[in-house]
Design a protein around this ligand. Structure first.
Ligand SMILES: CC(=O)N[C@@H](CCC[C@H](N)C(=O)O)C(=O)O
Length: 363
């Protein structure tokens, strides 16, 4: 598939971003594209809003898995694209339009000319949440395929086009969403002593949560607690009876995640006592770390060395990826694909360079 064809697909997908497990138009687009291909070597099966596409190989000793995520983000696009999102408040701001396009390009080539080995394309919903990889890899549909290896790519705005990057071992962190609801007694702003102010309780909680990383996590280990959203109150002269914090936890091992959560729970019990209120915690979606197989990364590095492209050793990042659940079951790896965008991932002005589509497809 040439660059012009890749760009056309990417632009069409870019216009229809959908949230996790709502990727109805995206799934229809993918199915329509796949139906135009020679069907002789293909087996296509839907899973929720995702897809499995098996391409029978010529000799078929092994099965290679290739996973692409397919969902968009709840973000209003702010680019000058003529093909910007047609879905208000939704954007492909994490490059999943690129990931899907590259997968379709590879699928088209293999449908015409299968490889020696079988290839299973996994079009996975809900990477941004609540997480499609874990249920998909554990599904009955998946149990039919015996994968020998699996890989995936992710766009990297900070790398130039033509550069790819990965590393052996830990690439991405363990993540857990964090939602905390506080409830106490509200009332008149002039009589605080008769209330239990949830704005004050929530503010104090945000401050104390930062102490978990600063004082409860080994400085040689690492963790992040970010509260990205606070909601509370109705008007300036009413003391709020409810507050809600929304955030995320990141750690470098499942054990540290367990410890950080236990510390958060201790702090919330303290807040309940000192503020006469009740707190409830919901951890939402949790993702397992992405642990790359060292041998596969080393083979990939040699493959890149024989091309015109550059390989750059990646650093570990506190980003999360539910591909971690797949690579936990099947040895494989994830790599970054340079797309050179001034605005980064999850930014409303993300503009990956489309020439990178050809690099991803070639590799
Ligand atoms: C690559 C990337 O940006 N991944 C997301 C994954 C989200 C995990 C989950 N919804 C959470 O916020 O904990 C990331 O934010 O790292």
């Amino acid at each position: 598939m040439n660059l012009e064809q890749l760009i056309k697909i990417r632009r069409e997908l870019h216009q229809i971003p959908e949230l996790g497990f709502q990727e109805v138009k995206t799934q229809a687009f993918l199915l329509h594209f796949i139906q135009q291909l020679p069907q002789e070597h293909l087996e296509v099966e839907t899973w929720e809003t995702g897809l499995f596409v098996f391409v029978r190989g010529k000799n078929g000793h092994k099965t290679i898995g290739y996973r692409t995520d397919i969902d968009g983000l709840p973000l209003e696009e702010d680019t000058d694209y003529s093909f910007s999102s047609t879905h208000q408040g939704r954007m492909h701001a994490c490059g999943h339009d690129f990931h899907m396009t590259i997968a379709l390009g590879a699928l088209q080539e293999l449908a015409h000319q299968p490889a020696d080995h079988h290839v299973l394309f996994i079009f996975q919903p809900a990477e941004e949440g609540p997480g499609g990889a874990e249920p998909m890899i554990q599904s009955n549909e998946m149990s039919k395929y015996n994968l020998d290896t699996i890989f995936a790519l992710h766009i990297a705005p900070e790398l130039p086009v033509g550069t790819v990057s990965s590393k052996p071992g830990l690439l991405f962190a363990n993540t857990s969403e964090l939602f905390i609801d506080l409830e106490g007694k509200g009332g008149h702003a002039a009589f605080p002593h008769l209330t239990h102010d949830m704005v004050v309780a929530a503010s104090s909680l945000v401050g104390q949560l930062q102490q978990v990383v600063a004082r409860r996590v080994d400085p040689l280990d690492s963790a992040v607690i970010t509260i990205g959203k606070i909601e509370s109150g109705t008007v300036q002269n009413i003391i709020a009876e409810k507050a809600r914090l929304e955030g995320t936890i990141r750690t470098l091992s499942p054990e540290s995640m367990h410890k950080v959560k236990a510390e958060i729970e201790k702090i919330t019990r303290g807040i309940e006592i000192s503020n006469d209120c009740s707190l409830s915690i919901d951890y939402g979606a949790t993702y397992h770390q992405v642990e790359n197989d060292s041998e596969k990364v080393s083979s990939f590095k040699s493959i890149v060395a024989d091309t015109e492209f550059n390989y750059h050793e990646a650093k570990m990042a506190m980003t999360g990826e539910d591909f971690g659940y797949m690579v936990k079951e099947v040895p494989g790896f994830m790599f970054w694909l340079g797309v050179d965008s001034e605005a980064g991932l999850h930014h409303s002005q993300l503009k990956p360079k489309e020439e990178a589509l050809q690099v991803g497809l070639s590799l």
